[in-house]
Design a protein around this ligand. Structure first.
Ligand code: S6P
Ligand code: ZN
Length: 192
């Protein structure tokens, strides 16, 4: 039997959650076309096309029983009133669960069942753990003014299913009210 080698590493918090040797993925605003509610604000900000988030992933072959892990650096910002977020996805193998661990900054996670029941879990600061149960779509949102960095640990055969979230979004959105208050409200564009 050929055994895989164990991995031990440090996540460099000063450089913002970079995992040494990881595969890096960059998502800019232009990769999130159609995701935000305020199209005018989206098109305006698109002139700068800021980086919305980066993912640093250590991934194994898609085999049952193995684990992947990744940090995400989600930058602060808004499109209109809506805070920057990750695309959000179901797992391609929908019954695969996941664990998130907050490292730096603040925000939260929107979760949603296939029927559209949404839940908001605040990730108030370093140390918050979120359990994503099987079948729940998940999206993180940065509600602060510094990068929101977290670690995700997920089965290596989970995969990503972006389709239905890209098409329908979440039934809730996270916005900043005029007074600066963070609110989770119904998505006016949500259709079941
Ligand atoms: C993977 C895990 C995270 C996200 C990352 C980016 O299962 O949930 O590593 O991939 O936060 O989000 P998204 O929705 O663009 O994949
Ligand atoms: Zn996931």
């Amino acid at each position: 039997m050929e055994y895989k080698r164990p991995i031990g590493l440090d996540i460099d918090l000063e450089t913002g959650g970079v995992i040494p040797g990881a595969k890096k993925l960059v998502r800019r605003l232009s990769d999130l076309k159609g995701y935000f509610l305020d199209e005018e604000a989206y098109n305006e900000l698109l002139k700068e096309d800021p980086v919305v988030y980066e993912v640093y992933a250590i991934e194994q072959e898609e085999k049952e029983g193995d684990l992947n892990f990744a940090t995400t650096v989600l930058y602060p910002g808004k499109v209109g009133k809506e805070f920057f977020f990750t695309k959000g996805h179901f797992h391609a193998k929908a019954d695969r669960a996941e664990i998130y661990y907050g490292i730096k900054g603040k925000g939260g996670m929107l979760l949603q069942t296939p029927e559209g029941e949404a839940e908001w879990i605040p990730m108030g600061g370093p140390g918050t753990v979120v359990y994503v149960p099987p079948y729940w779509a998940h999206r993180t949102v940065n509600t602060g003014n510094e990068p929101f960095i977290f670690l995700a640990i997920y089965p290596s055969d989970a995969g990503h299913d972006y389709g239905s979230i890209k098409e329908k979004g979440f039934s809730k959105i996270v916005i900043e009210e005029d007074g600066g208050e963070v609110k989770v409200v119904d998505n006016p564009r949500w259709k079941e």
